[in-house]
Design a binder for this molecule. Structure first.
Ligand code: ACO
Length: 200
C-alpha cells in the first residue's frame, strides 16, 4: 500500500470510497474544491494488489477498483455517468483517503490559520493496518508545513469507536465540545482539535 498526495484524478475513487464507508457524502465539486484549493493537504492510500475485497459484491475487485471509478455516481441527482477511462490511474486501487482543507470560513478571519479534516475512510479489508494513522499524519504535517496551520479540527460521531480511538488515543486530539444533533440522523458529534506543534 502506497500513501501519496491526492490529485484531481483521484476524486472519483475518493467519492466512491466515501459512499461505501460513510453516510456523510459530498458532491464531486466539493472534492474538487479541496484538492484544487489545497493540493498538498489531502492524501490517498493505493494498492496494486488484487486481494479479495469483502466489500466487493460484483466479484470485480472492490469499491476502489478501476471499473467502479469509471462510474460517477452523483449522490444528489442520483445520476450515474460512465467516465472516460483516462480519469483513473491504471492498475491502482484506492483503499483509503483523507480529505482535508484549511478553514476558510469568512466569519473566522481573526482566528489563527487552522485546518479541518472533512472526511477519512479506509476500505474494510485494509483496516487495522495503520493506513488511517499514516494518512492523518501526512495530512497534519502538510497542513502545518505548507499552510502554517496552528491547529486542526474535525467532527466524529459519538458512536464511532474506531475513529474516536484513532483521533483521541493514537493522534492525541482533544474533545472540545459535544455538538448536539450535528448529523442528519440526529446523532451528536464530538468536536475535536489538535494543536500542531513544530517538533512532531
Ligand atoms: N477499534 C478500536 N480502535 C481502532 C479500531 C477499532 N475497530 N480501528 C482503528 N482503531 C484505532 C486504534 O487506536 C489503532 O491503533 P492500534 O492499531 O495501535 O490499536 C488506530 O486507530 C490506528 O488504526 P489504523 O489501522 O490506522 O486505522 P484504520 O486504517 O483501520 O482506519 C478508520 C480507521 C478510518 C476509522 C476506519 O475504521 C474506517 O474507515 N471507518 C469507517 C469510516 C469512518 O468512520 N471514518 C471516520 C469518520 S470521522 C471523519 O471523517 C472526520
Amino acid at each position: 500500500v502506497t500513501i501519496r498526495r491526492a490529485t484531481i484524478n483521484d476524486i472519483i475513487c475518493m467519492q466512491n470510497a466515501n459512499l461505501h464507508n460513510l453516510p456523510e457524502n459530498y458532491m464531486i465539486k466539493y472534492y474538487m474544491y479541496h484538492v484544487l484549493s489545497w493540493p498538498e493537504a489531502s492524501f490517498v492510500a493505493t494498492s496494486t494488489s488484487n486481494v479479495f475485497d469483502d466489500e466487493d459484491t460484483t466479484g470485480q475487485g472492490g469499491a476502489g477498483n478501476e471499473e467502479d471509478c469509471l462510474m460517477f455516481n452523483d449522490p444528489i441527482s442520483g445520476n450515474s455517468i460512465k467516465l472516460d477511462p483516462t480519469y483513473v490511474n491504471p492498475g491502482e486501487k484506492l483503499v483509503g483517503y483523507v480529505l482535508v482543507k484549511m478553514n476558510d470560513d469568512p466569519d473566522q478571519q481573526n482566528e489563527e490559520p487552522n485546518g479541518h479534516v472533512t472526511s477519512l475512510s479506509v476500505m474494510r479489508t485494509y483496516r487495522r493496518m495503520g493506513i488511517a494513522e499514516k494518512l492523518m499524519r501526512q495530512a497534519l504535517f502538510a497542513l502545518r508545513e505548507v499552510h502554517d496551520a496552528k491547529y486542526v479540527s474535525l467532527h466524529v460521531r459519538q458512536s464511532n469507536r474506531a475513529a474516536l480511538h484513532l483521533y483521541r488515543d493514537t493522534l492525541e486530539f482533544e474533545v472540545l465540545s459535544i455538538e448536539k444533533s450535528y448529523y442528519q440522523d440526529g446523532e451528536d458529534a464530538y468536536a475535536m482539535k489538535k494543536v500542531l506543534k513544530l517538533d512532531e
